[in-house]
Design a protein around this ligand. Structure first.
Ligand SMILES: *Cc1c(COP(=O)(O)O)cnc(C)c1O
Length: 431
């Protein structure tokens, strides 16, 4: 069963000689679904094209950033104009202030913001700032949430959920792992207990306000509000990792969508318009301790605030101030959800569909998915076959059961109809 074209296979074989696994980020290697990934030649709108000339309707959209699809003319123009003036200066430019102002205007809890180059850098820096601000060392995070590849986050729960964390990758010192306490998503009781057992020691609680890295898992009613309350009582910093939800669930992200304000917010993906950008920001009294100010909490970057990236991000955020965009995004996402639900029903299947705004996931399980263990009840073997059926039909999904579909504002009605036709056939084939 080799469904990938010969040119892609040849190119990927060569890539593997020079790059570990042939990829610069492991999920791209298709490890969870097997086989060779198509090697991409170009994209246009919601369409993706591989080296063999095959065309796909893209629901990965670079894992979220491309809310206006590939090569949007305004984003392309912004990058082209910026690069003719020079690609990097390492000195202040107007574009940095313009993007920072745009973020502060859109995201309700952000008063000051610092640009970095990835979501990983944003979360690492936010935790550093929370530690520097509170003078405490430990953090609480949630099982199944992904915050990039920083040492503090690649930690799994110890034998009991409340004991010291243990490394989830070679290369992470045990002493660092011991500072990250992992509890179940949506389990407020566990957070309470950890705070009680570690008085005055927790610097931050970091959470994806809608989990998007174990499929799509919404917060239970009241969960985010209770985290806010507990953080206030304890004096720790509440960090929302909005690298996915930021500008996706609305102009103000999950915090606006749910009406719960964190102390610090991490951004990435959409904020860069498809260029490498991350950002972290929040309350002025906290951000005023980032170097060169206040307590001089260290954080720096040669290419941070890069003018190409700032201009791409800025134009994309400006386009997102048009409310019609979110109306369309909701329409697209709702049509997908309803169409998939109808297909399941026609085939007598009861798989779980989770959706929050433009984050969507069909789990191959009949159980409700509310946290990591319930997400893991999905039949990944069936997903694998389903994934290849979809790809054969020209629909490009993320190559793992534990990823969201990321619809864009430029998926057309024809794209959706085609997607749902293929979805029906794929489900039927793997039933
Ligand atoms: C993608 C992601 C990150 C990491 O961002 P990178 O740009 O890949 O480093 C962090 N947090 C969440 C929630 C993400 O989805």
């Amino acid at each position: 069963m080799e469904l990938t074209g010969p040119k892609s296979i040849e190119a990927f074989t060569e890539a593997q000689q020079y790059i570990p696994g042939g990829v610069n980020s492991p999920a791209r290697a298709f490890g969870a679904v097997g086989g060779n990934p198509p090697v991409i030649s170009h994209g246009r709108g919601a369409q993706l094209f591989d080296l063999d000339g095959r065309e796909y309707i893209d629901y990965v959209c670079s894992w979220g950033p491309l809310i206006f699809g590939h090569a949007h003319p305004r984003v392309v123009q912004a990058v082209q104009e910026a690069c003719t003036r020079g690609t990097s200066f390492g000195a202040p430019t107007l574009a940095e202030t313009a993007l920072a102002r745009q973020i502060v205007q859109m995201v309700p809890s952000i008063e000051m913001v610092r640009m970095v180059n990835s979501g990983t850098e944003a979360t690492m820096s936010a935790v550093r700032v929370a530690r520097g601000h509170t003078g405490r060392d430990k953090i609480i995070k949630f099982e199944g949430c992904w915050h990039g590849h920083g040492d503090s986050f690649l930690i799994k729960a110890g034998s009991s959920a409340l004991t010291l964390g243990v490394p989830d990758s070679p290369g992470i010192p045990r002493d660092i792992a011991a500072l990250s306490i992992t509890v179940a998503y949506n389990d407020i009781g566990a957070v309470q207990q950890v705070l009680r057992q570690n008085p005055g020691q927790i610097a931050a609680i970091i959470v994806e306000p809608v989990a998007g890295n174990m499929g799509t898992v919404p917060p239970r009613a009241g969960f985010l509000e209770q985290l806010r309350q507990l953080a206030d009582q304890d004096g720790c910093v509440l960090i929302f990792d909005e690298v996915i939800t930021g500008f996706r669930l609305g102009p103000g992200g999950a915090q606006e969508y749910f009406g719960v304000m964190p102390d610090l917010t991490c951004l990435g993906k959409i904020v860069g318009g498809g260029l490498p950008v991350g950002a972290y920001g929040g309350k002025r009294r906290i951000m005023e301790n980032v170097s060169p100010l206040g307590k001089k909490i260290s954080q720096a970057g040669t290419l941070s605030g890069n003018p190409l990236a700032m201009n791409a991000g800025l134009v994309q955020l400006q386009m997102l101030t048009d409310p019609e965009v979110y109306t369309r995004l909701e329409q697209v996402s709702q049509q997908l959800e309803e169409g998939m639900a109808a297909n399941l029903k026609k085939l007598g299947l009861k798989y779980t569909l989770n959706r929050v705004g433009a984050m969507l996931c069909m789990f191959f399980t009949e159980s409700q998915v509310v946290d990591y263990p319930t997400a893991c009840s999905a039949d990944t073997g069936r997903f694998r076959r389903f994934f290849w059926e979809m790809l054969k039909g020209g629909v490009y999904l993320a190559p793992s059961q534990f990823e969201c579909l990321f619809p864009s504002a430029v998926h057309s009605d024809a794209d959706l109809e085609q997607t749902l036709r293929v979805h029906y056939q794929a489900l039927k084939a793997v039933r």
